[in-house]
Structures are given as structure tokens and as C-alpha cells.
Design a protein around this ligand. Structure first.
Ligand code: C2O
Ligand code: CU
Length: 426
């Protein structure tokens, strides 16, 4: 099974029930609200050429590199990206991971568009409404194409003198920062306030952090943290997730460490000494200062359960131990049905024996609790939430972006093994 090659319309769907009638009218969707702006001169216009070619560790490139080029926009910009597929045999798309674009721009092959065949092109247009750190990647046979190199960073914010970008990815068993193994350095004067934008383009959670200076976790998955305080801990970055770390560059430099000190990025006027990350990890449940979330989850219009398990069965006729959602195996996984305007509350439990970084397209959810312990820190908005084995999370989001949206594990081989479903607007 390859993600994106099934027909979404063939999938059964069901309301999981439990939702109090929300009182929202069924008002359907208009085509205009599903697509990006059709007219208007783009503020940012980029063409990305996808190729199957061996370059360094990568097997696929965008404009001859992997990661692909940084796309930068500012808040409110109209962004236009043309994907040209020169030689990716299975076809390719571009998904704007974490950017809540209109549905038709979401780049999911088999759901919002057909994969762009060799010789074809596709134009994506969307308004860059939310400032933050994001990434883009192909969403066709994702587990192969992302691993091989069809991805890159996209930042919505003006460039600051202290900006450092670190896209972490493993190609063929070798982990890299911005495509390079080993130790690198970015030259920044002491005293600069550095904002280190870290993107985890891998399939597994990774401990990252700055050594040599205390730092603040200033944004998670593109959303600013309220009242961040300095920490000297590591940060557990979910696969697909992003984190922005902020610190004042000390005269001796500091270092972004990705997993172990063997893979790191020195930041400062001199190369800082190598050091491993502290053992302790920042807990976002209680980090930062509480603040309103703009909705009342106690009065949710829908309450869903998302129970991740595993059982023996057949997937595309192949026997195996496959992932299940509420006991069902893909493609017999019911969709989650919502109406525009709903406050949706979802309880995710995982007893599958492994951790899963769960990614909901088109929306940001706020974490309400973990293992029944309520969140007390800054509102923790996320689009990619690591749900460990035997963990339970309660999240809430507003259904404010009509369409059909994937909700899947971002350990991409797991998605290919059936750990995916959809959020569908009535
Ligand atoms: Cu970053 Cu559906 O993926
Ligand atoms: Cu998974």
C-alpha cells in the first residue's frame, strides 16, 4: 500500500458519537473556501524541480539539492510554488506541513490532487497567514520520497540577523543537519539573540537542544510559546515537528546538538567545546505561562476517540501485524466527521507497543492533558504530537478549515502500514 493511491471516496466513514449536538447548521462547503487565491500577483514565487538523482546522501532533489531551498515569506504574503516533476517516477506533490492552507493546496496525492507525473507540473497558491517554522515535503509514496530527499524548509517571518536554520534528516542511515553529517558552524557575533529554527524531517523523535547557553523554547510547531523561561535541558522533537530555540550567543559560542554531540552546529564567534545534551527534557505540559485558547473544550461540539493499537490482519492482502485505529485497519478506518465551526475534542490513546508522532493536516490542536494530568503551562499548540506507548492525550481544536484532511502517523512507514485516517467536513 502506498499512501495517496487509494480513493478517499471509497472509505467508509462514521461519526464516532459522543458529540453533543453542536447546533451548527450544515452549510456545506464552497469551492472558493477550499482553494487558495486564484488571482493576485504572488509576493513570493518559487519553482521547485523534483528529480530522481543521486546527490551526496540524497536520492531525490529539489532544484538540485536536498533539503530543497528555503522558501521564505512574510505574514500576509501570497505564496505561489510551482512543482515541476522532471524524473520522480512515482509522481510527486508538495505538502505544506504545519501550514493551515486551504484544502486544495494541501498536496496530498489521492485526496486533494493527483500526484504530479514525470513531465507534469502543479501550482500551489496560498496566503502565508501564520508566522512560524514549517517544512514542505512530497506526499506521494511519502515514506520513500521524503526519506530520499523530497523536502525542504519554509519559514513565514522576516529574516533576523540571529536566524539559524537546522533541518534534521536521516538519509540511508546517516543523520544530517542541513544535509551535512558531523560538526558544522554558523558564525554569529557574541551578544546576538539567536533564533534557531529546528525541523525534524526524520521518522523518529529526536532530542535536540543548545549546549553552552541557557535557551528558551520560543515556538512549537510554528506557534509562539507564551512566557517561555530559560532552560538547560534537552527538547524532545517529534518526527515532523518543529521547535524554535532562542539564546544570546555567548563569547565562547554555543552548540545546537541533534541527538548526540557527534551531530551538531556550532553557533558563535568561535567553535564551542563539544558537549552532550543534559538528561532532563523540557515538559511542554507545564512550560511557559497559561493564556486563553479562544474556545471552551468543556463545551465541545464533538468528542472523538482515537485509539491506536495493533493486530494481526491483512493489508492489501498481505498478512502481518498492522496498526489499528479504534480496532479498525486501514482502509476500513472510519473518518472523523465534523462541521465547520465545531470545537472538537479528541482523546488519543496508544497501546500499540510503539510511539507515534500523530500529525493532523490543516489544523493546530491544543494539548489539554497527558495521562489525565491537565496542562498548566503556555497553551501548547501542535500539529505533530508524539504519543508514546501507553500514553493518553486529550487535545482540542476548532474545525475552521473545511475539506478532507489527513490525520496520520509521521513515522512515515507507519502511515504506509495503515496508521492514517481523515478528518472530513460535512
Ligand atoms: Cu508531513 Cu501528511 O504529512
Ligand atoms: Cu507511528
Amino acid at each position: 500500500l502506498v499512501p495517496g493511491t487509494y480513493n478517499a471516496a471509497d472509505m467508509g466513514y462514521a461519526d464516532y458519537g459522543g458529540g453533543a449536538a453542536g447546533g451548527h447548521e450544515h452549510h456545506g462547503m464552497s469551492i472558493a473556501e477550499l482553494t487558495g487565491p486564484k488571482t493576485g500577483t504572488p509576493d513570493v514565487s518559487v519553482t521547485l524541480v523534483a528529480r530522481k538523482e543521486k546527490k551526496g546522501l540524497a536520492g531525490y532533489t529539489l532544484n538540485g539539492t536536498s533539503p530543497g531551498p528555503l522558501i521564505r515569506a512574510e505574514s500576509g504574503d501570497l505564496v505561489e510554488v510551482t512543482l515541476v516533476n522532471e524524473s520522480v517516477r512515482d509522481g510527486a506533490t508538495l505538502h505544506w506541513h504545519g501550514i493551515d492552507v486551504p484544502n486544495a493546496e494541501d498536496g496530498v496525492a489521492g485526496v486533494t490532487q493527483d500526484a504530479v507525473p514525470v513531465g507534469g507540473r502543479h501550482v500551489y497558491r496560498f496566503r502565508a497567514d501564520d508566522v512560524g517554522t514549517y517544512w514542505y515535503h512530497s506526499h506521494q509514496v511519502s515514506s520513500d520520497e521524503v526519506k530520499g530527499g523530497l523536502f525542504g524548509p519554509i519559514v513565514i517571518a522576516p529574516k533576523t540577523p540571529g536566524e539559524v536554520l537546522a533541518t534534521i534528516h536521516t538519509y540511508d542511515g546517516k543523520r544530517t543537519i542541513n544535509g551535512q553529517t558531523g560538526s558544522q558552524r554558523v558564525d554569529l557575533p557574541a551578544g546576538t539573540t539567536a533564533r534557531v529554527r529546528v525541523i525534524n524531517a526524520d521518522n523518529a523523535i529526536l532530542r535536540v537542544g543548545l549546549t553552552g547557553a541557557p535557551y528558551k523554547v520560543v515556538a512549537v510547531d510554528g506557534r509562539e510559546v507564551n512566557g517561555p523561561t530559560p532552560v538547560s535541558k534537552a527538547y524532545a522533537l517529534a518526527a515532523g515537528g518543529r521547535v524554535d530555540l532562542e539564546a544570546v550567543v555567548p563569547s565562547g559560542g554555543m552548540r545546537l546538538v541533534a541527538g548526540t554531540a557527534a551531530l551538531s552546529l556550532g553557533i558563535g564567534p568561535v567553535d564551542p567545546p563539544s558537549a552532550e545534551l543534559p538528561g532532563e527534557t523540557v515538559d511542554l505540559l507545564s512550560y511557559g505561562t497559561a493564556k486563553g485558547i479562544g474556545m471552551d473544550p468543556a463545551k465541545a461540539d464533538r468528542r472523538f476517540e482515537y485509539r491506536i493499537g495493533r493486530r494481526i490482519g491483512f493489508l492489501d492482502g498481505i498478512p502481518g501485524l498492522w496498526w489499528t485505529i479504534n480496532g479498525h485497519m486501514f482502509p476500513d478506518v472510519p473518518m472523523y466527521m465534523v462541521a465547520e465551526g465545531d470545537v472538537v475534542r479528541m482523546k488519543i490513546t496508544n497501546t500499540s507497543g510503539q510511539a507515534h508522532p500523530m500529525h493532523l493536516h490543516g489544523h493546530h490542536a491544543v494539548v489539554l492533558s497527558r495521562n489525565n494530568v491537565a496542562a498548566t503551562g503556555s497553551p501548547w499548540w501542535t500539529d505533530t504530537l508524539e504519543v508514546g506507548n501507553n500514553e493518553t492525550y486529550e487535545i482540542a481544536f476548532r474545525a475552521d478549515n473545511p475539506g478532507v484532511w489527513m490525520d496520520h502517523c509521521h513515522n512515515l512507514p507507519h502511515a504506509a502500514e495503515g496508521l492514517m485516517t481523515h478528518l472530513m467536513y460535512t
